[in-house]
Design a protein around this ligand. Structure first.
Ligand SMILES: *[C@@H]1O[C@H](CO)[C@@H](O)[C@H](O)[C@H]1NC(C)=O
Ligand SMILES: *[C@@H]1O[C@H](CO)[C@@H](O)[C@H](O)[C@H]1NC(C)=O
Length: 351
């Protein structure tokens, strides 16, 4: 009799475990945003919320669920914290997986978490690729915890090859996000990883601060028919807020693929050593953030910058529209622009 009571308690505590073998799962409620054109769904089914949770537990790549309380429709998704959809968010709730564990260890953690109890978190996307604890996917949302930081944050990663952490993503296939923002927004980050986003200077500094040598990659796709180019920079670093997130870049890479020339540190227009500026905290002395409609490491010069990667897709004039002068010139038909970095600690020591 005593035994039976204990069994019943176990079954109700780990109710999902009773249904899906000897596994138990936990989900945390997150948020729903109307943001993406068409999110990719693993599968959909009608049922109760608890059934939705169980279905996710039983589906290999599922790490997030969206549940419509009005229609009882359950949608399963892979990686990520929040649910981004293209319809009205009323009556919808989002949950993300915290873990699915068996008696001995956990078989499914959120992307970026690892260890037999999902107790560890990767430090950045390079760390994830090196430790081999994440799927080798190009373009995936992951949790990281920068060294010496207590906070786990969500970033966009390329886990193929060296592991790249995204600073900026802009893509015309997603609805436009406003990039003419305050100092606070540029410091904390904004947008959504799956759509258009800025990582945030505070997060960027926290990730970079323990590592002397960082390679920065600019990728730009443009035109019709579509073309693209990639630019590389070495010795990329961003100081802390007390130094206004001052930028350092030591060199531009010859191996860069045309037509992405150097719009950052070329001669007298080099932004190396510049503090960050926004319209409400402007170190350019030329209203560069207001004119360009963006935050950036603007020059103390009427030219402001040879690039406006955070400009509007179609601004009121050329300077406020996103562009990269070297060597794309005055074209503004950009389709996708990303900035990301990887660590190359051994290769390029501190200058
Ligand atoms: C640097 O600027 C000069 C002068 O504008 C230009 O000719 C050259 O192509 C630029 N270099 C790179 C690597 O973009
Ligand atoms: C950016 O926002 C500031 C503050 O609202 C405004 O003064 C400025 O005109 C805006 N710039 C552009 C290009 O829209």
């Amino acid at each position: 009799m005593k035994n039976l009571v204990r069994t019943v308690i176990t079954l109700s505590t780990f109710f999902v475990a009773a249904v899906v073998g000897n596994r138990y799962s936990k989900f945390l409620q997150t948020k729903v945003f109307k943001e993406l054109e068409s999110p990719s769904i693993l599968s959909e089914k009608m049922g109760l919320l608890l059934g939705c949770n169980k279905l996710c537990s039983a589906t290999v790549d599922c790490r997030r669920i969206l549940y419509d309380k009005e229609t009882n429709l359950c949608s399963l998704y892979d990686q990520g914290e929040h649910c981004l959809i293209d319809e009205d968010v009323t009556d919808k709730v989002c949950y993300r997986l915290q873990y699915i564990c068996g008696d001995v260890d956990c078989e499914r953690c959120p992307i970026g978490y690892y260890g037999d109890k999902c107790q560890h978190v990767i430090e950045d996307c390079t760390d994830g690729a090196q430790k081999n604890v994440v799927p080798k996917i190009k373009g995936i949302s992951s949790f990281i915890r920068p060294l010496n930081s207590l906070r786990v944050i969500e970033v966009w990663c390329d886990f193929k090859f060296d592991g790249w952490t995204f600073i900026l993503t802009r893509d015309v296939t997603n609805p436009e996000t406003n990039f003419n923002r305050t100092w606070k927004d540029y410091a904390n980050g904004f947008g959504h990883k799956e759509a258009n986003h800025w990582l945030g200077l505070e997060n960027l500094h926290n990730i970079l601060q323990n590592h002397p040598s960082i390679k920065l990659k600019m990728f730009i796709r443009y035109g019709s028919p579509e073309r693209s180019g990639t630019g590389y920079y070495h010795g990329f670093y961003v100081e802390d807020v007390d130094d206004n997130y001052r930028l350092s870049i030591s060199s531009f890479d010859d191996k860069t693929s045309a037509p992405v020339g150097d719009s950052l540190i070329n001669g007298s227009y080099s932004i190396n050593g510049r503090p960050f500026s926004t319209y409400d905290r402007d170190y350019s002395n030329n209203d560069c953030p207001g004119r360009f409609g963006s935050g950036w490491w603007f020059l103390d010069d009427p030219v402001c910058s040879r690039a406006n990667v955070n400009g509007r897709r179609s601004g009121d004039n050329f300077e406020s529209t996103w562009h990269w002068l070297d060597n794309l010139g005055y074209r503004t038909d950009l389709l996708r622009l990303t900035m990301k970095f990887t660590r190359v600690d051994e290769e390029y020591p501190i200058p």
